[in-house]
Design a protein around this ligand. Structure first.
Ligand SMILES: [Mn+2]
Length: 323
């Protein structure tokens, strides 16, 4: 296991580089992209050639962050001085960019996820940080660059999304102090909230209403189950990748301890998402079914069964567990 490097060591390596490529994880979220964009903008301000390398279309919700920072072009530039893993610490989090990441003279990781062994040349992993954006916030001044409103806006996106709008238990005093500082710098926090949270596609809302309409309570109201079928997607124009948050909406119902959302990914391949409130160990139940996750948010996939079959089976099993 390699040691965790100080932010000063990370900054020194970045200052010595001419070309830096930043690699957020796949299924990029607000923190991975916000942190990458903020660091990329800061490195460019410091006179470096820097790019955020991606391998997929950016999700609607965070695409506004990309003001010429992101590229999918794997040909550029040939031998970067530093490649940075941002908000993740493993190659498998960006399968299609692995070769490009490996072509860097120095491999670096900046992250806040739990890991047993930092594996790259330089690593800064702070599990206490609510978001990688908090780490980037501390790093940028060490590059000799000021945080302007554009950089600050990207950092704010990372913080507000990874803390569930300052609601999750990872939110600390420092999180709020950074947010306050970003506000002072001129980050338009309410405008960012509108772009992130008040910018939904109508089709997404229609799909959500169908999912809520299908919801069924069981186990004396302690559990709720619903589904998303391919038919519902076709009829509403909604997409499976924009149903994040629906399982949570089901969990938020009064009296519900466990919410269960079935997603028909293709005929007879059903992804099951579980969200619990206090006691139900969703990770353990998911592990029994070949999946995994956290105690309050976990999931697994069932193949060769219909949505109706999986639903009936789960209602039976879960009612027993919750009784
Ligand atoms: Mn994160």
């Amino acid at each position: 296991m390699k040691k965790n490097n100080s932010l000063e060591e990370i900054a020194a390596a970045l200052c010595a580089a001419h070309t830096v490529l930043l690699f957020p994880h796949v299924s990029v979220d607000g923190d991975a992209l916000g942190s990458s964009v903020a660091l990329c903008a800061a490195l460019r301000k410091a006179g470096k050639t820097a790019h955020v390398v991606i391998e997929e279309e950016l999700p609607d919700m965070v695409s506004f962050l990309d003001r010429g920072y992101c590229t999918e072009d794997p040909a550029l530039p040939a031998r970067p001085d530093v490649c940075v893993c941002v908000d993740c610490n493993e190659y498998r989090r960006f399968p299609k960019r692995k070769a490009l990441f490996g072509s860097g003279a120095l491999a670096m990781c900046i992250d806040h996820h739990k890991t047993s062994a930092p594996l790259l040349d330089l690593n800064h992993i702070d599990e206490g940080a609510a978001a990688t954006a908090e780490i980037i916030y501390d790093l940028i001044p060490l590059l000799g660059v000021g945080i302007d409103a554009e950089i600050g806006g990207a950092l704010y996106v990372g913080i507000v999304t990874d803390t569930g709008r300052f609601q999750y238990s990872n939110t600390t005093r420092k999180t709020h102090l950074i947010a306050a500082e970003l506000h002072t710098i001129g980050v338009r926090t309410s405008e960012i909230s509108i772009l992130l949270y008040q910018n939904e596609r109508m089709e997404k809302r229609l799909l959500e209403s169908r999912i809520l309409g299908e919801a069924e309570r069981f186990a004396n109201g302690r559990a709720v189950i619903s589904c998303i079928t391919q038919k519902m997607l076709k009829e509403t124009g909604g997409r499976l990748d924009e149903t994040d948050g629906v399982a949570e909406a089901l969990r938020d119902i009064r009296g519900v301890e466990l919410a269960c959302l079935l997603k028909e990914k293709s005929a007879r391949t059903i992804k099951v998402s579980l969200r619990s409130k206090r006691d139900f160990d969703a990770a353990a139940f998911s592990a029994e079914n070949g999946g995994g996750g956290h105690a309050r948010a976990a999931g697994f996939t069932v193949t060769n069964r219909s949505v109706a079959d999986v639903k009936a089976l789960l209602m039976r099993q879960l009612a027993e567990r919750l009784s």
